[in-house]
Design a protein. Structure first.
Length: 461
């Protein structure tokens, strides 16, 4: 860490001195990720512009993909016209597409003109796939060979064209129509005779993505398979590109961040929190707060419905926060577990019955534990205070059974709502913890006062 700080201090010193030759030499000795971190920590935009402009083309392209979109846009347009063209053409197709898809249509058209014909064709093809699909995520830089080739021919092909590929860890086998037949790790070619045919190494067992799959599907498949890249094919099985692990890791981070923000009762931010304008933060948070406020108004309506019971037994009001918070907490727990399990591919919509069974058992067990604790609290308090009077047993049973019922209901609501939303085609993350809590608050009051009427009718009520 100290070594990195020393490097950065040296760069700042050279910037102040205006020692451009030494500055350029030091910058181009950095790794792309180090340059990206340095650019993000450099507050002056003029310094960012000068630093980026001194990078060699290859390093600039590698650094570019590590930057936030706003910074990418600024730095790209800080370059001379011819340098913009060079950088865009140097970017890998997937990184270029990821940048362009965030821009307005007019800006995209302006930049597409700067691309070489072959790169422009590839970019237009990738941008033509549905937004959020694997087609937008893939790169067309990969190595594909034919099954009748010898290993020697394959290795010669790799030596000649491998530098243009995103990765050479995996070699793809296609037929004359471009249909994917297999994928083989490069190590398999290194330990056999040069005269060996590719077909002798094939086992026809491979995993692929469809270019029309959504990006979340790619994350799930990568998690299930230990691969650095996966092929992407069309409906006929023709190989069109590959998706690499670096893009999937970036995407997974974005998806996880979005889900966490939604589960907290926010709309997802499209930029880092610290860079988001205050007005946008207000807009992203106000909508859900208004919805939740309207939901909580139903709690007040439920309280008003049982106004007579509260007037007769004011002591019941003491336990309202305890009842509704227990249900809300349990629902939030269940929702968080289910949403994460769905994101990891551990459960599917078809597993709803198994999930419900598990949550019935879990909810009953947890509710019973909390119900016993609630009953015991009232029981032991009778030795120190007369607040519950001679009807402490009925109050204790009301609280105990209510906690059991509310916790059971919270578990069921929290687990089933994400699956229900997914079935409707909505994002399960919108069944956020605050939303679940509000839903369980209202129903929890109904459960609580129903048990109160059951155990206290004829005495307090």
């Amino acid at each position: 860490m100290q070594d990195l700080e020393t490097k950065y201090n040296s760069i700042f010193l050279l910037l102040e001195q205006g020692n451009i030759p030494e500055l350029k030499a030091q910058l181009n000795s950095f790794d792309a990720n180090e340059v990206a971190v340095f650019l993000e920590e450099t507050e002056e935009q003029l310094d960012q512009k000068n630093i980026f402009g001194l990078l060699d083309l290859k390093l600039a392209a590698e650094t570019f993909k590590f930057l936030e979109h706003d910074q990418q846009n600024f730095l790209l347009h800080s370059l001379p016209y011819e340098k913009i063209a060079e950088l865009l053409n140097e970017l890998s197709p997937d990184d270029r597409t990821a940048f362009l898809e965030e821009l307005p249509g007019a800006a995209v058209k302006e930049l597409l003109v700067l691309l070489e014909p072959a790169e422009r064709a590839v970019t237009l093809t990738l941008l033509g796939y549905p937004e959020g699909s694997v087609g937008r995520l893939m790169t067309t830089d990969y190595l594909a060979v034919k099954k009748h080739w010898t290993v020697e021919k394959v290795l010669n092909y790799i030596r000649k064209y491998g530098k243009y590929s995103e990765t050479i860890n995996i070699i793809y086998i296609i037929d004359d129509d471009g249909v994917l037949l297999d994928d083989i790790k490069i190590r398999e070619f290194l330990f056999v005779s040069p005269e060996t045919k590719v077909s002798d190494l094939m086992d026809s067992r491979f995993v692929s993505l469809s270019v029309y799959d959504d990006e979340e599907s790619a994350i799930t498949v990568f998690r299930s398979n230990n691969r650095v890249a996966l092929p992407a094919t069309d409906k006929e099985g023709v190989m069109l590109g590959i998706v690499t692990i670096d893009d999937v890791l970036r995407l997974a981070e974005e998806e996880d961040t979005e889900d966490i923000q939604k589960m907290g009762g926010n709309e997802a931010l499209e930029e880092p929190y610290i860079d988001a304008p205050i007005l946008k933060l207000i807009q992203k948070r106000a909508g859900w707060l208004i919805i939740l406020l309207l939901g909580e108004m139903l709690t007040a309506s439920a309280m008003a419905f049982f106004e007579d019971e509260l007037a007769k037994a004011v002591v019941l009001a003491l336990f309202v926060p305890l009842i509704i918070s227990s249900g809300g907490n349990t629902g939030s727990q269940a929702a968080s577990l289910i949403i994460r399990a769905m994101a990891l591919g551990e459960i599917k919509i078809s597993d709803w019955w198994r999930v419900m069974q598990r949550e019935i058992y879990t909810g009953l067990a947890l509710g019973t534990i909390l119900g016993i604790i609630g009953f015991l609290r009232i029981f032991f308090w009778t030795f120190f205070t007369n607040i519950y009077g001679p009807h402490w047993l009925g109050i204790g049973l009301t609280v105990g059974f209510s906690l059991t019922g509310v916790v059971l209901w919270g578990s069921l609501a929290g687990s089933m709502l994400p699956l229900f939303l997914k079935r409707l085609g909505a994002d399960p993350a919108v069944s956020s913890a605050p939303f679940i809590a509000t839903l369980v608050d209202v129903t929890g009051l109904i459960i609580y006062f129903s048990f109160a009427v059951m155990f206290l009718k004829g005495t307090l009520l």
